[in-house]
Write a protein that binds this ligand. Structure first.
Ligand SMILES: [Zn+2]
Length: 497
């Protein structure tokens, strides 16, 4: 990250207890507020918050477990980059802009000071609503984005517009969004898993069983809708991510975009395929979380810190070797880079990837094998469990991936955007409706069923063709998907005309 000219740092210094036992980084925090209107297309202009009362309030709000994790991780990412680049620069202040309706991370801003305006075009920062509760979970999540921005040296992770909604834990969006959000979410999963803080536990874990009117919208009557109303789905970001549930297809298969994309319920007989896993932020979160906590019981603070340091080092190396592109298969690049950079951990990383993905990245028959196993388990048919074949297949996958990471890319196709103007999707709180938009190589069954006039046979053939071989482009799709002309005429391919 290019460090801009020296920003005036608030007198406040937060000495952070070591994140999971790593050495402490004293992380300065620079609180900023908007300085007048920003011209369209220019970076936002802020000024430092100088009011002593507000600074005291904000710094008090940082006195929580998640904020400490966040600031420490930021320091660790900075140290990783300094080590790589042989630099000795001090850790720049962590910039928090207090802004109504903020609550996301960004790169690049201007800072108005007494001496003029400083430009910080590559500096990551976060915008937060000035509310105390935003300084724990939201801050930690957004720090995930900041950490990636530090490791990319201040570059964005490019995304593609392939979904009708911004993103959510259960949904498929696009590779860049899934990676960036999944990385941020795994920090929440980790915090929820390790926390002893009662406030955090109550947010993520079901320890309060409130019945009757006193339970409010978080009470038991509302249980299965409560997480949806948060939009960020905190419970799913802990429980479903921890359990790797997003490696599986949605349970809802009817023609309803929001039910298919936002609901957490799964069909555990049906695995998501390689292309789908790379567009699932929930799966990404499970991967990074599992990478850190693998093994029996809670990992020691020392072990976690070591793994986290490796993870940051591998990410930095990956971004240097493969600058992020909109179609980058980040997860596989991470594993490939990890195998190259940390050969002593090859077995560990391969086991995590293969078990969480159930082999769909490397074997066309993996989904069928899993289905057979799952359904035999369902029938309690112990004689029909394909255990011997499964053990042999897993061993083949492990060795293949360990010895030649290129095999991990063998099942992937391109991301191909498709729009259906006749169908709209609306998340009321997020504004206007959006046209139905998806990737023809990954859209789930219920999404395909929304296309006007399409029938079940056409959907089945579409899925079977792309399982055999992902579509190369719109032309390949038109010739192989076998849709009737009146159905094809409902589809637009914005990239290929
Ligand atoms: Zn995010």
């Amino acid at each position: 990250m290019k460090r801009g000219s020296k920003a005036g740092v608030a007198g406040l210094v937060v000495f952070v207890a070591g994140f999971l036992g790593t050495p402490a980084w004293p992380a300065d925090v620079l609180f900023m507020e908007p300085a007048g209107a920003t011209e369209k297309g220019s970076p936002r202009t802020y000024r430092q918050v100088t009011d002593a009362g507000r600074l005291k309030t904000y710094s008090g709000w940082l006195e929580n477990e998640s904020a400490k994790r966040a600031l420490d991780l930021y320091g660790a990412a900075w140290a990783t980059m300094q080590k790589r680049q042989g630099g000795g620069e001090a850790l720049p202040a962590y910039c928090i802009a207090l802004e109504k309706g903020g609550n996301h991370a960004d790169i690049g801003f201007r800072l108005q000071t007494a001496d003029g305006v400083e430009e910080h075009p590559h500096r990551p920062y976060i915008k937060l609503d000035p509310d105390e509760w935003r300084f724990s979970t939201t801050l930690l999540h957004e720090t995930g984005h900041v950490v990636l921005a530090v490791l990319t040296d201040g570059r964005e992770i490019p995304t593609r517009e392939l979904a009708s909604i911004p993103h959510t834990t259960a949904a498929l969006t696009d590779r860049g969004t899934a990676f960036n959000e999944g990385f941020a979410i795994h920090l929440e999963t980790l915090a929820a898993h390790l926390t002893r803080d009662p406030e955090l536990r109550s947010r993520y874990q079901h320890e309060r069983f409130a019945f009757g009117p006193a339970g409010g919208k978080q009470g038991e009557y509302f249980r299965h809708a409560a997480d949806l109303l948060s939009f960020s789905q905190n419970i799913a970001r802990y429980f479903e991510v921890r359990e790797n549930n997003f490696a599986f297809a949605p349970a809802f298969r009817g023609p309803d975009y929001l039910r298919v994309q936002l609901e957490k319920s799964r069909d555990f007989a049906t695995l998501r395929d390689a292309d789908q896993l790379l567009q699932s932020e929930g799966f990404y979160a499970s991967f990074f979380f599992a990478y850190l906590v693998r093994g029996d019981g809670l990992p020691s603070a020392k072990l976690l810190a070591e793994r986290q340091e490796r993870m940051l080092g591998v990410l930095a190396e990956m971004f240097a070797a493969y600058p992020p592109e909109p179609d980058s298969p980040h997860l596989l690049r991470f594993v490939e880079t990890h195998l190259r950079q940390q050969p002593d951990e090859a077995e560990g990383i391969v086991d995590v990837l293969m078990d969480l993905s159930h082999g769909v990245l490397v074997d066309a028959d993996a989904a069928g094998l899993w289905r057979e196993y799952y359904l035999a388990a369902l029938r309690l048919d112990l004689k029909e469990l394909p255990l011997v074949r499964m053990v042999a297949a897993r061993e083949r996958w492990r060795i293949a991936a360990r010895d030649d990471p290129q095999v991990l890319y063998s099942r992937l196709g391109p991301q191909i955007a498709c729009i259906v103007p006749a169908r709209a999707v609306k998340l009321a709180a997020l504004g206007d409706e959006q046209p139905l938009r998806f990737d023809i190589n990954t859209a789930e069954e219920g999404i395909l069923l929304m296309i006007p006039g399409i029938n079940a046979e056409e959907v089945a053939r579409w899925q079977a063709e792309r399982a055999r071989q992902p579509f190369k482009d719109a032309t390949d799709f038109r010739s192989r998907a076998g849709l009737r002309p009146e159905v094809i005429s409902e589809l637009r391919f914005p990239e290929s005309g």
